[in-house]
Write a protein that binds this ligand. Structure first.
Ligand SMILES: Cc1ncc(COP(=O)(O)O)c(C=O)c1O
Length: 447
């Protein structure tokens, strides 16, 4: 496509024009030719309540007329206070304070800064290091990318990144310790203690991880016991435990937060995506009372933030989305539909390339291989998962693909994250199209 007059957006692929969406409703997108597309990834695992919800559009319009903007250094608004109360409420009071930002990268950066500020105000100013994992993703700004371990997204920008420590990925299908779920003694969790000891506990500020991975490992997650060990280690060395729930939070895994599957409470949670379900840019760092108390009772200031953080429209949308999820019992629905999707995904195992299917709630990943027995990856030159994404779109499904789950070098995956309102029939339609598409892509690749 090379209509120069009509081609000024710098998109993801520079030599290819993206499909233009003219309308969206429920689980469907409609392109400018009127073609209907199932939004099987909810954008980038964002659109939990579905598209075109009038209640939320009305909230935006009303709030914009009441107060569209005030700056957070001098003012708050009633909507902001209410949004913070509602977010803390969804944690069953595990968390006490919310610092609003405009997206996931800002949320993880704020979480890391809050951890640092806590240690300074607690008399431990030597604590600054952040430990994270390879194959994690925490955002694309330079700080967030520094603790991300998603190699393909880091590659071009490594000269700008801080050299933080990354532990081996929590990736049971290709365990970096060579274990299987039957033999596993959770070395991936124990590794944190070794790293803290080697770096010197007096230098380590925080550990950050995703409870369920996003694009880099396509919904892989460690066994439930893993985070209990992480919690104990963090407590032992006064290292704050930050869980990045930008993708997994606000109901996506069938509970309000993925940490609730693990029976632990983190110190800080990073949120975005589902917090506004795509209706407005919003993110948040959500913290426990003890973190707040230390900062409030010492310096009494957290001098970070962004111009649009805490803005009233984002706050009103957050309130509206949380109310909508509760009133329509959509988190329970996510758990139920997640079971249905999980069962239907299993039918794809009949394909010679489907190596692993993993996930939680309505966040599922499928990993493709050349050989199921050896788990050998497909030739990267095939662009296998990208081919599926492209071909599925032609057949009426938007599904997010990813590459590089195997140490950044190889590995093709798809990631499913449809709106929670999806029905069984719509899941059937979705899986049928993915099944056909996969057969076509396999045939073309000579498999
Ligand atoms: C787990 C996780 N953290 C952080 C981010 C970054 O969020 P954003 O793209 O809103 O900056 C993402 C985005 O996909 C994510 O999945």
């Amino acid at each position: 496509m090379n209509d120069k007059e009509n081609d000024h957006v710098l998109g993801f692929f520079l030599n290819q024009k993206s499909c233009s969406i003219a309308k969206a409703e429920g689980i469907y997108l409609y392109d400018d030719q009127g073609n209907r597309i199932i939004d099987a990834s909810g954008g980038a695992i964002v659109c939990s309540i579905g598209h075109g919800v009038k209640d939320i559009a009305d909230i935006v319009a009303e709030q914009m007329q009441r107060v569209a903007f005030v700056f957070r250094r001098a003012f708050i608004t009633p909507e902001l206070e209410l949004a913070a109360q509602k977010v803390c409420g969804t944690t069953n009071a595990d968390m006490d304070r919310v610092f609003f930002v405009s997206g996931g990268s800002e949320a993880t950066e704020t979480a890391v800064k809050l951890a640092r500020k806590y240690h300074i105000d607690n008399g431990n100013s030597g604590k600054y290091r952040v430990i994270s994992r390879w194959q994690s993703y925490h955002g694309s700004t330079m700080g967030a990318l520094s603790w991300s371990g998603f190699t393909s997204r880091r590659a071009d920008f490594t000269p700008y990144l801080k050299d933080f420590v990354h532990l081996p990925a929590t990736y049971c299908y290709r365990c970096w310790y060579g274990e299987s779920p039957e033999s596993c003694d959770l070395q991936c969790a124990q590794a944190l203690e070794n790293e803290i000891l080697c770096l010197g506990p007096e230098t380590v500020s925080a550990y950050i991880a995703e409870p369920v991975s996003g694009h880099s490992l396509a919904a892989a997650h460690p066994p439930d016991e893993h985070f209990k060990i992480i919690r104990q280690i963090c407590d032992k060395y006064d290292v704050l435990m930050i869980l990045d729930e930008v993708m997994s939070g606000i109901g996506r895994t069938g509970k309000w937060f993925a940490y609730q599957h693990h029976d632990v409470v983190p110190d800080i949670i990073a949120l975005a995506k589902g917090l506004s379900a795509g209706y407005f840019p919003v993110g948040a760092a959500v913290l426990r009372e003890k973190i707040y108390d230390v900062i409030a009772n010492n310096s009494g200031i957290f001098g970070s933030g962004h111009t649009y953080g805490g803005n009233p429209v984002a706050a009103a949308v957050t309130c509206g989305v949380l109310d909508y999820l509760k009133e329509n019992k959509l988190v329970d629905r996510c758990a139920d539909m997640g079971e249905y999707l999980a069962a239907k995904l299993q039918t794809l195992r009949a394909h010679p390339t489907v190596g692993d299917i993993r996930g939680r709630g309505l966040l599922w990943g499928v990993e493709f291989v050349k050989d199921k027995a050896t788990k050998a990856c497909l030739d990267p030159q095939l662009h296998f998962s990208q081919q599926i994404q492209d071909q599925a779109l032609r057949r009426g499904v938007h599904i997010e693909s990813s590459f590089g789950c195997n140490r950044g070098q190889k590995g093709d995956t798809l990631i499913f994250g449809p709106p929670f309102i999806i029905t069984e029939k719509q899941i059937d339609d979705l899986i049928e199209i993915i099944d056909e598409t996969l057969s076509a892509v396999e045939r073309r690749a000579g498999i």
